[in-house]
Design a protein around this ligand. Sequence first.
Ligand code: FMN
Length: 317
Amino acid sequence: MSESPAFFIRDLPIHGSLILAPLSGYNDQPFRRLCLEFGAALVYTGLLSASAILYGSRRSDEMLRFHPDEHPLACQLFGSDEAILEKAARTVEALDIDVLDFNMGCAQPKIVKGGYGAALLKDPAQIGRIVTRLVNTVHVPVTGKIRLGWDAESRNYLEVAHILEDSGAAMIAVHGRTADQKYTGRADWDAIAEVKQAVDIPVLASGDVKRAADITRIQAHTGCDGVMIGRAAIGNPWLFQRRDLPDVPWAERAPVILEHLRRMVDFHGEAQGHRRFRKHLRRYLTNTDINRHQRRAFLQCEDFGTFVTLLENLAGI
Ligand SMILES: Cc1cc2nc3c(=O)[nH]c(=O)nc-3n(C[C@H](O)[C@H](O)[C@H](O)COP(=O)(O)O)c2cc1C
């Protein structure tokens, strides 16, 4: 790669500033590879339970099946027990990942009830202990993804950012909402800019990048080293080329849809591949002239051959 890197995660060069955000339920191997091919400079797994990795659950085994082309790759763990996290970190490091990321942002009830994810924002000292342990365990850079705090009364993002940096974290990704907000309200880009000002390690901005123009806006607003693209990447990998879906003609979309499905069927098997592809497909089909009946036929399709025929029938739209 000839161009000079946009930034480094410790000693890992990152060639570009657009990053696929961790999206549990979407970021499987086929989607991550597709986003890399479209220009994502780094891709994340969705969050993986450190304890599930240790007891070798089927779900985490599948989530840990990486492709040799999937680089640079950040593998995200969640947990709160330092010893368990240490063991899980060793396991995933052996799988040729580039970055080990620690989740402090997930606000799902089942995660925070266990004291994991965003619940850790209530205990910054524990964050420091965990990240120090991870940094001392693995050779790859350790990074963290945070929200702004637990709720409006406890927005401790600057304290947490300093603790992460002091514990040896090599980068911080900031989703500009509190845990309490879940996905409501607007992401606070001013707060992300404050984090960028406060630390010397790279900072990624996350939240409400919906279209190509938002990428430029959030970069200018926060001064961040990179921009995470989350929900808006679903059904629109072209966003990594700073293109909005309405500007991508059907003739260009159709082969990408087919290739994405083909890889999902290869990876997950025919039935699961089709089932899991539907949530991507719904997005791919937006801003098209496809009618209700055609859409339904697509979304109910369960075999690859029929899907190809459906796509061919739409060649003219
Ligand atoms: C379906 C879904 C799954 C997500 N899974 C994760 C996850 O596993 N780990 C994580 O740190 N953040 C996760 N997030 C948060 C995103 O990475 C991102 O910070 C957030 O969606 C805001 O960015 P966006 O507006 O670009 O989507 C998830 C978000 C969504 C919508």
